[in-house]
Design a protein around this ligand. Structure first.
Ligand code: NAG
Ligand code: NAG
Length: 429
């Protein structure tokens, strides 16, 4: 109030022009400072973006276009400016390769790629025949190597992997065979190819060592299908993962097979400093008495990771329905051009399959497969437009909004202490 009155006095004092001089000098200095700050800010921002990472061609293009835009147009609203910069942020930007067209050759731009599946003796050729044949038909159109391991009698695996559980032994086996390739796609035995017009390179991201995706129905980071690069770091990650079969366990607790450990392992890997929250999520996991309670643990991890989807040099997590695979039952095996693989086909023989909406008119004869679409006998009407699949996913989500377990809806800090159990050391790590 006082300042305003004084200012009025200054402005209303034409007979004392000298008193206005400090006022104008003040404004001049503020304007000059502002210009200087704006320049320094842009420069440091540019510098912050550049080091450390090899920039892709697209990022460079963005930078150049944006630099020209900034020079040619003096009126760039602030929010547009920050959106342009956000697009350059490596942890926010998705990177998509050009899709495969008309079954063309998949260029080995990421080196050797191996597709890896592992089954125990009981499962081999019992429940997964159809999925495996579709995969082999796809592979006939590519140069990827295919390794199908029988976990019970594979010598190389048994030498290094003493794991008791098939679920965990599989990840150890993947670490063993990873040494033979540059990138590996680990697949569940019930993952089928529905649309071969995709290359694995579309989904490999060379800014990271591991590529995961979220499952549609519960936001869980899927553990059955993932890409992994052959590095010492990622082999260590897989071994640590496999060794989590020895996680302490109380009877009656739902740990979620090999799904549960992966969430916590990833959290530890990308945010090792978040000690308290890791402990909170870990406790929720180890006290889950049912799948419904387990979803509270999933939410805890999801809140910790937030919207960041890529940790440079470490891993990337695709959004639901945006990776190379999703559950087939979400859309009753209806598929669209964006779809590549469908998960959850536990069918050995189509003749006695029940409750299975088959996208094909007949089973695969792998010898008929090769370049082009020979061997793929599509049933008319099973392929949909992206718009139609979008509608099906939208409806699924609407249903989910009602049916998702109530335990998976409350943030961890409203179900247990956030500060009360660590004060005054909650910020230490
Ligand atoms: C496999 O690799 C060879 C040699 O690089 C190449 O000529 C051929 O076109 C590739 N085939 C496919 C199906 O990618
Ligand atoms: C399905 O049919 C095959 C023969 O075509 C048979 O060997 C198999 O046991 C059948 N499976 C079931 C679950 O009926």
């Amino acid at each position: 109030m006082a300042a305003r009155i004084e200012l009025q006095n200054v402005l209303l004092a034409p007979k004392r022009p000298l008193r206005m001089l400090p006022f104008f000098f003040g404004i001049l200095i503020v304007v000059l400072l502002f210009i200087q700050f704006a320049r320094v800010d842009h420069e440091s921002h540019d510098r912050r973006l550049s080091p450390g990472f090899v920039q892709t061609e697209r990022m460079r293009e963005y930078r150049e276009t944006f630099a020209t835009k900034r020079e040619s147009s003096r009126i760039v609203p602030l929010n547009e400016d920050s959106i342009e910069f956000a697009k350059l942020d490596i942890s926010a930007v998705g990177k998509k390769m050009l899709p495969r067209n008309n079954m063309e050759v998949c260029k080995p731009i990421h080196g050797k790629v191996m597709v890896f599946t592992a089954m125990d003796q009981a499962s081999v050729k019992v429940r997964y025949g159809l999925a495996q044949r579709s995969l082999q038909c796809y592979l006939a159109s590519t140069n990827y190597t295919f390794v199908q391991v029988n976990l019970d009698n594979d010598e190389r695996v048994n030498k290094h992997c003493k794991h008791k559980s098939t679920y965990f032994k599989k990840h150890c086996a993947a670490a063993v065979y990873l040494k033979d390739t540059d990138w590996m796609l680990v697949l569940d035995a019930d993952t089928a190819v529905v649309n071969p017009n995709h290359c694995l390179e579309e989904y490999i991201d060379d800014r990271v060592d591991m590529v995961f995706y979220e499952r549609f129905f519960n936001w869980e980071i899927a553990c059955g299908n993932y890409f992994i690069k052959n590095t010492a770091q990622s082999r260590r990650f897989l071994m640590e993962y496999a060794n989590m079969e020895n996680e302490p366990y109380n009877p009656g607790v739902w740990l979620g097979f090999d799904n549960g450990p992966l969430q916590l392992l990833i959290m530890k890997y990308v945010m090792p400093f978040a000690k308290h929250m890791i402990e909170v999520c870990n406790n929720m996991w180890h006290s889950s008495k049912s799948y419904d309670e387990y979803t509270a643990y999933l939410l805890c991890v999801k809140m910790a990771l937030g919207e960041q989807r890529l940790w440079p040099g470490k891993l990337r997590i695709y959004k639901r329905a945006h990776s190379w695979v999703r559950d087939g039952w979400l859309t009753s095996n209806h598929w669209t051009d964006n779809d590549f693989m469908l998960h959850g086909w536990k069918i050995e023989d189509l003749k006695n399959a029940t409750n299975f909406n088959n996208p094909f008119t007949q089973d695969f004869t792998v010898s008929e497969c090769g370049r082009g679409y020979s061997g793929w006998n599509y049933k008319p009407g099973m392929k949909k437009t992206a718009e139609e699949i979008k509608k099906l996913l939208f409806d699924f989500e609407k249903n989910q909004q009602v049916n998702h377990p109530k335990q998976g809806r409350t943030p961890y800090f409203l179900t247990g202490p956030d500060i009360g159990d660590c004060y005054p050391f909650c910020e230490d790590f």
